[in-house]
Design a binder for this molecule. Sequence first.
Ligand SMILES: Cc1ncc(COP(=O)(O)O)c(C=O)c1O
Length: 399
Amino acid sequence: MVSKYDHIYKQLESYKEKNIYRELLISSIKKKKGKGDSGNSFYLGNKKAINLCSNDYLGLSQNPLVISITKGSLKQISQCSSRLISGNDKNIIKLESILAKHRNTKRALVYPTGYMANLGAITSLSSPDHVIFSDSLNHASIIDSCRLARSNAIEIFRHNDIEHLSLLFKKNSKFKKIIVTEGVFSMDGDIARLNELSELAKKYDAILVVDDAHSDFIFGRSGNYGGIPEYYGVEKQVDIHISSLSKGLGCFGGYVASSELVYNFLINRSRQFIYTSAIPEHLCVAAMAAIHFLKKNKNIQKDFISLINWFRDQLKESGFNVGNSASQIIPIIVGNEKLALDFSKELFKNGIFIQAIRYPTVSVGEARLRISINASFSKPQLLYVIKCLDKIAKKMGIT
Ligand SMILES: Cc1ncc(COP(=O)(O)O)c(C=O)c1O
């Protein structure tokens, strides 16, 4: 008998055949009384493993000072209302003014997540007079934003390919233009050519949107951590800065930093801002405490970047294909989906967790282990990781 769920069964079966079926794992952090954890290991089920998959790049999500300030601020779980009704707590406003200063913009608007910040900004800014130009490796939240936007068309330019983008601009000369790129790309760890993108945006009077989720609070001017726009010195040429607070900052939430005009427009227009509950205020207190900590500890950035570069060099020396990674996100590209899954499972047996990333997060045949390291790793710990990666990759014929 044909069931009303037939299409679902079929689809799940096809995911299994293609080795792209996903399952949830249960993770937890166990802390010994009075003892802080370094933040780079956790439990999956009952097995302890080194976690090389967290976006908590600076280890701030477990920072004792940030946790204690956040706990002390906890008066209610949530404001239980949208910001335009009765949820606009003063701590959200305080955080927004800190974020605007951090990004060197007039204003910042906080959203409950980075995903919603992307949707909110990109869908609101576009109109039938616009064409959106999106890098082919942009994150799913940007892809979904483009799909939801009421633009005339969406043009996907080849990854970081300015010449291709220029050609597409010429093809769409009669339309207004919005360019969307990531700062550091989430699955490849390479850096957008933002200096050239900003020149092109200026030449064609295009709106330049940068999703800096993976570079915010990591790259940028020493001690300010203003991300990739600051790294190139083009902050003022970026019209819309989008970011997540749940990566470099180790907290939760997202934001759009922009001009006063765009800020007011989003408050009036962005459905992802208007029709959802306000971010809980204690999460804003956490973000402010984390930013304060970072800006007081200016050497974190320099030490972390030198650790990243050292680790990447070690991986390259071992013969791994790390693509064009130039950040804390370092993929080991293996290609085949099953090979990536098996590689990940073997590593886990050795107490190392690196998730296999497969289609549709990356293209078919470009499966990889996406490593992200955390500032709290020590070199001996990372040397152990490299030793295991090396041993298993050789056994499996990857290197
Ligand atoms: C590039 C990029 N943008 C946005 C997001 C969404 O951020 P959030 O996790 O805060 O929703 C992610 C999440 O992984 C991301 O990688």
